[in-house]
Design a protein around this ligand. Structure first.
Ligand code: GDP
Length: 434
């Protein structure tokens, strides 16, 4: 999907705009169970067009004295990766040299760029904002955090300019799997081990724009497509392994996939970047498998594996029904097992439970353990269905859905997992009035 990146000097107000773009959608997402909020990445839509928003400021190393060099890297990344760029300025501080340098990079890139002047709360600031015409720009949008005005016109224009790519997927219908993870965890090593370097790569198909490389894997009874944006790396101008960079890469691959393999380095453990990737996969409701790689380097005692697994599980939040495997991409230890498990997760995600079966299993559970009564009112769950969505979502019809609280929703989710097996798959549970 289209990626909109917000760039600008530290503290110009990038996250304010980011939050505003996400407001409506986030409100919906938050009302469902088990969703971790990730403040730097989000999905939004305008006039029915979906897009992804990235707040590059969320990945600033040190927001107070970020180096010039870091800033220009950030801009270059946005240029390499995003569909459109929102460039933020701040009327309070006026036009700075850094602003001018950043804008120069954007201008030269020819990426669709939208200039937003923030903190324009009055006529006086409206006038002051005209200073930014010095950049040689035709148009800017003003934003006021006081009134909240100014995003509608901006979004109209951004969405209108999105490229229309009618892309025919040559691997339509096949499972799509991506290998994500921090730099140097062993993604390429695993990819090469699986594909024996005999890569059947589809790069460019005439008349289409592609932002990932897809490779067919067809061995040992499995057929799927490895989605790989890391392979596109050479094309990008920035070589550094910034967090923001790898997140941008991951976002694209994840959105194109059914299952995300998150690789971590056994010698380093689970870190915040891994959590970011996990959160993005979860938010997109993709299947997830965690591979702890370089297991050959770890001194093992009786409980090493279990301890490692528990350490990860306590960090990943509520959604812990995720397979964790210990592999060595280098020695190829358990890599075929990893493929089996990824395919299992794919099947779990695609699983559709028949309505009759679902009711037969779930209604007695609700009978035995009903939601706690509230204000003397009893909640009766009468009927349930699985929605025909790409990832499992269930609706439970009952008399007083507003009384069903978070713990009971989690209980319901856990029962579904226990009864039907949804390992590695985020599931949604909704309670509705019949
Ligand atoms: P990527 O950046 O995630 O694609 O990581 P690479 O596949 O390039 O691997 C980074 C480094 O880790 C290379 O030197 C690999 O040889 C090494 N490496 C990858 N997997 C393993 C493993 O399972 N065991 C050991 N000991 N080294 C590994």
């Amino acid at each position: 999907s289209n990626i909109v990146a917000i760039v600008g000097r530290p503290n110009v107000g990038k996250s304010t705009l980011f939050n505003r773009l996400l407001e409506r959608r986030e409100a919906i997402v938050d009302s469902t169970a088990g969703v971790t909020r990730d403040r730097h990445y989000g999905k939004s839509d305008w006039n029915g067009v979906d897009f992804t928003v990235i707040d590059t400021g969320g990945y600033e190393v040190n927001t107070e004295d970020i180096f010039q060099e870091e800033i220009s890297k950030q801009v270059q990344l946005a240029i390499d990766e995003a569909t459109s760029i929102i460039f933020m300025l701040n009327v309070e501080e006026g036009l700075t040299d850094t602003d001018s340098e950043m804008y120069e990079m954007l201008r030269r890139s020819n990426k669709p760029t939208y200039i937003v002047v923030n903190k324009v709360d009055s006529a006086k600031e409206e006038l002051a904002a005209t200073e930014f015409y010095q950049l040689g720009i035709e148009k800017y949008y003003t934003m006021s955090s006081a009134t909240g005005s100014g995003t509608g016109e901006l979004l109209d224009d951004i969405v209108k300019d999105f490229p229309t790519t009618e892309y025919k997927d040559p691997f339509e219908g096949l499972p799509k799997i991506t290998i994500a993870g921090r730099p140097n965890v062993g993604k390429s090593t695993l990819t090469n081990a699986l594909l024996d370097v005999e890569r059947n790569i589809v790069t460019d198909i005439a008349g289409t724009t592609r932002d990932s490389i897809e490779t067919l894997y067809n061995k040992f009874g499995h057929e799927f497509v490895l989605v790989d944006t890391a392979g596109m790396r050479r094309k990008a101008k920035v070589k550094e392994d910034l967090e923001f960079y790898s997140v941008m890469r991951s976002v694209r691959s994840i959105e194109h996939s059914d299952v995300v393999i998150i690789m971590v380095d056994a010698t380093q453990g689970w870190e915040s970047q891994d959590m970011n990737i996990f959160g993005i996969a979860q938010k997109n409701r993709k299947g997830i498998v965690i591979l702890v790689n370089k297991w050959d380097l770890v001194e093992k005692e009786t409980n090493t594996m279990r301890d490692f697994e528990n350490a990860i599980k306590t960090k990943i939040g509520q959604f812990t029904d995720v397979p964790i495997l210990f592999i060595s991409a280098l020695t190829k230890q358990r890599i075929l097992k990893a493929v089996d498990v990824a395919m299992e997760v794919y099947n779990n995600r695609a699983k559709k439970i028949k309505t009759s079966k679902l009711n037969e299993v779930m209604l007695p559970i609700f009978e035995n353990t009903p939601p706690p009564a509230l204000k003397g009112k009893y909640i009766k769950i009468k009927y349930c269905v699985q929605l025909p969505t790409p990832s499992p979502q269930f609706v439970f019809f009952c008399n007083l859905p507003q009384y069903v609280k978070e713990p009971y929703k989690r209980f319901t989710e856990n029962q579904l997992r226990k009864e039907f097996g949804f390992s590695g798959v985020p599931i949604e549970v909704y309670f509705r009035q019949k």
